[in-house]
Design a protein around this ligand. Structure first.
Ligand code: GDD
Ligand code: MN
Length: 388
């Protein structure tokens, strides 16, 4: 914790660890900036106004990467007028996400937050975001993708890229990215205890990913907001940031703890497939049951097997905070896989009617063909309350 209002940090020497001290300030809000000299003053003034009006004890921390337009200097001058303002000038390192971590490492608040420095995130939302915290909720994200939120006239291309990036994220890190409607949000608050002593090493822009993946979040709440137009200057997002994002996803993806659960997940799915097929073979071929009934029963056996093993083995190391959560997850899998099973029955019957393939062959083709769909759907549900 630092008391000076202006700090200059150089190279990689800056602190990056958030300690688990018992803070007396409520909110520490980091404002990462690069060439925001024109935007920073009105933003800081608004933030200060909103927070003091609501009597929220806070500090505002500008982390500027030595902007050529001297944003840090503009901000530094403001510290005379705004007592809760601190300014960090980082020399020799850059990157939005690492700037945020640097700011948090110098913060003294119970809740750590981030907001863009260009006015695109509405400051008046802060008290609402803060009010969402309770016993269970320890991360609150401002989301553009909830009813009541949105983005201005983004080009079709940027919308597509944004959607594509999110879909890829859900696929690679369902438990992390699938937890929120707006995983790309750069406007959120987190309880200090979630990331205290965590080794945060984000790449590029997406600090929320790192917090959700490496932190100990219990539950995440979201609040809708409308992404404002930029006051002045332009976005710093470049093609390279999409690559950074990919790199970041992959780095989180190969995390050993996470991979272990994933390997188990696919192991269970594969065993379920085999059990389903063997059981089908037995009742259809051996006992002479009819096709639909055999496929239905063997499918359900596969589903029950999946549910049982996911609970007892795959996710066994993961403390389920409450029974309802666990139950909901398993019912979710049953419903998702159950719907797929019904689709499978329709497909089997259609194929039998219109092709001259043998029943057993048809069953196997459909079983294997539809299982990826089940896992895309099922994985979203099962990984949702992902916790360490
Ligand atoms: N310190 C520092 N270092 N700040 C940076 C850097 C950097 O390398 N790059 C960008 N920033 C600052 C900008 O000055 C701005 O205050 C903020 O980070 C966001 O950068 P923009 O370039 O304006 O990003 P955007 O408008 O395209 O998208 C932002 O908003 C999205 C919606 O919430 C980003 O924050 C996205 O991550 C976010 O999803
Ligand atoms: Mn912006």
């Amino acid at each position: 914790m630092d008391t000076e209002s202006f700090i200059c940090v150089e190279g990689n020497s800056s602190k990056q660890i958030i300690d688990d001290s018992r803070p007396d300030t409520t909110l520490s809000l980091v404002i990462p900036t690069f060439n925001e000299a024109e935007n920073i003053t009105p933003l800081i003034q608004q933030l200060y106004f909103v927070l003091t009006e609501k009597n929220i004890s806070h500090e505002l921390i500008v982390v500027d990467d030595d902007s050529p337009d001297k944003t840090w200097e503009v901000a530094k001058e403001l510290t005379v007028e705004i007592p809760s303002l601190k300014v960090i000038r980082r020399i020799g390192s850059s990157g939005l996400a690492t700037a945020v971590v640097c700011g948090w490492a110098h913060a003294s608040g119970r809740f750590l937050g981030v907001i863009d420095g260009d006015g695109q995130h509405p400051p008046e939302l802060l008290p609402d975001l803060l009010s969402k915290f309770d016993e269970e909720i320890d991360v609150v994200v401002a989301s553009r993708h909830l009813p009541g939120g949105g983005v201005p006239n983004w080009s079709k291309m940027r919308q597509l890229l944004s959607k594509g990036a999110q879909a890829l994220g859900v696929l690679l890190l369902p438990g992390t990215v699938g937890q929120v409607t707006d995983p790309m949000s750069g406007y959120f608050l987190v309880d200090r205890k979630v990331i205290a002593n965590c080794d945060l090493q984000p790449v590029g822009y997406k600090i929320l990913l790192e917090v959700l993946a490496r932190g100990n979040a219990n539950k995440v709440a979201e609040f809708p907001y409308y992404f404002q137009l930029r006051e002045s200057g332009s976005s710093k997002v470049r093609a390279i940031h999409y690559l950074d994002y990919l790199r970041h996803l992959l780095r989180l993806r190969v995390d050993p703890l996470r991979s272990q659960a994933l390997v188990r997940y696919f192991g269970v799915s594969f065993m379920a497939l085999v059990i389903d097929a063997v059981f089908f073979f037995w009742i259809f071929d051996g006992l002479g049951w009819n096709l639909t009934r055999s496929a239905l029963l063997s499918g359900e056996v596969g589903i029950l097997f999946t549910i049982l093993l996911l609970d007892l083995w795959t996710f066994a190391g993961r403390p389920s905070r409450n029974f309802i959560d666990r139950f909901r997850r398993l019912v979710g899998v049953q419903i998702a896989l159950g719907v797929i099973l019904l689709g499978r029955l329709v497909l089997i019957n259609a194929l039998i009617t219109w092709s001259n393939l043998e029943a057993l062959t048809v069953f196997l083709i459909v079983l294997i063909g539809t299982s990826p769909v089940g896992h895309l759907l099922g994985s979203r549900l099962t990984w949702r309350p992902a916790r360490r």
